[in-house]
Design a protein around this ligand. Structure first.
Ligand SMILES: Nc1ncnc2c1ncn2[C@@H]1O[C@H](COP(=O)(O)OP(=O)(O)O)[C@@H](O)[C@H]1O
Ligand SMILES: [Mg+2]
Length: 268
């Protein structure tokens, strides 16, 4: 694969996010978090549950605003929902009353892309996620893995500059998950989107990422950063290498320390 560019795509600058709980108490979800994501980078964030991963992604997508600090996308502050960002959630968020084809076409239709171009693009991305033959199916006729492939095709068809994925494969069985991981690696190797991907799985992080961030227990900051130098093209075989084991150990130690801390916070 080509070397990564040095252009900063997303710059998260000293971001703090405070929520107010049921008794109006302050919940500091993120504290003074700074992070740059380079153009074409595949950044994976791992961290204990409740450490602020979803909060961070929501801020990057412009669904919510930081309490202090700022986020820049292409050097411009994110001030609201950014159409340049494609978001993929754990739950598939498809329109149940629309077919696969119509779901994939949705964003392009909103952008008023001409009919013919829209059909062609939809067909191409349905093919990329291997859903040919299911164009006219409705979401309730599809398995979880297929629904998530529709979400991925829909997002790619919109040609977002950035893809934000929040534990997209967490609800899937292990085998479907592996197939989708490999598909996503292929898509990344070919299209080189800038991606931020959240997961609980260290193996998933190692298979997909160019860089891994371990987040601290709440309030979320960066505990450790690991450059993933495993070679491309990647498939499940990469898991047999010595380097893989070394990296896995490093990440595991860091994650384990943070999970222990988060359990202490819960016990308070
Ligand atoms: N809208 C909200 N109101 C109050 N607290 C929230 C809200 N959203 C998230 N939180 C709290 O912020 C912390 C981080 O949440 P979240 O970003 O969802 O964590 P993660 O995705 O890492 O599991 C949690 O303690 C959560 O309860
Ligand atoms: Mg979350």
């Amino acid at each position: 694969m080509d070397p990564l560019s040095n252009d900063v795509k997303i710059s998260i600058q000293d971001v703090t996010k405070i929520f107010y709980g049921k008794q109006k108490e302050e919940v500091v979800a993120l504290k003074n978090l700074s992070l740059n994501v380079r153009d074409g980078e595949f950044l994976v964030i791992v961290g204990a549950s409740g450490c602020g991963k979803t909060t961070l992604l929501n801020l990057v997508a412009g669904f919510d605003a930081p309490t202090s600090g700022q986020i820049l996308l292409d050097e411009k502050p994110v001030t609201g929902i950014t159409p340049e960002c494609g978001m993929i959630f754990q739950q598939y968020a498809l329109f149940p009353w629309k077919t696969v084809q119509e779901n994939v076409e949705f964003g392009m239709k909103m952008k008023r892309m001409p009919h013919r171009e829209r059909k062609e693009r939809a067909a191409r991305f349905i093919d990329i996620v291997s859903l040919n033959g299911f164009e006219k199916s409705y979401p309730h006729h599809l398995s979880g893995g297929m629904k998530q492939r529709v979400s991925i095709a829909r997002s790619l068809a919109n040609d977002p500059k950035v893809m934000l994925l929040d534990e997209p494969f967490a609800a899937l069985d292990a085998m479907t998950r592996q197939v989708l991981q490999e598909q996503l690696v292929r898509i990344y190797e070919k299209h080189r989107k800038t991606i931020i991907f959240i997961t609980h799985s260290i193996d998933e992080a190692l298979l997909l990422s160019s860089r891994i961030m371990v987040m601290t227990a709440r309030p979320g900051r960066i505990a450790q950063e690991i450059v993933n130098d495993l070679p491309h093209p990647r498939n499940a075989d990469v898991q047999l290498s010595t380097r893989y084991m070394e990296l896995k150990r490093t990440i595991w130690d860091s994650v384990q320390a943070e999970v222990m801390k988060s359990m202490e916070i819960e016990a308070d």
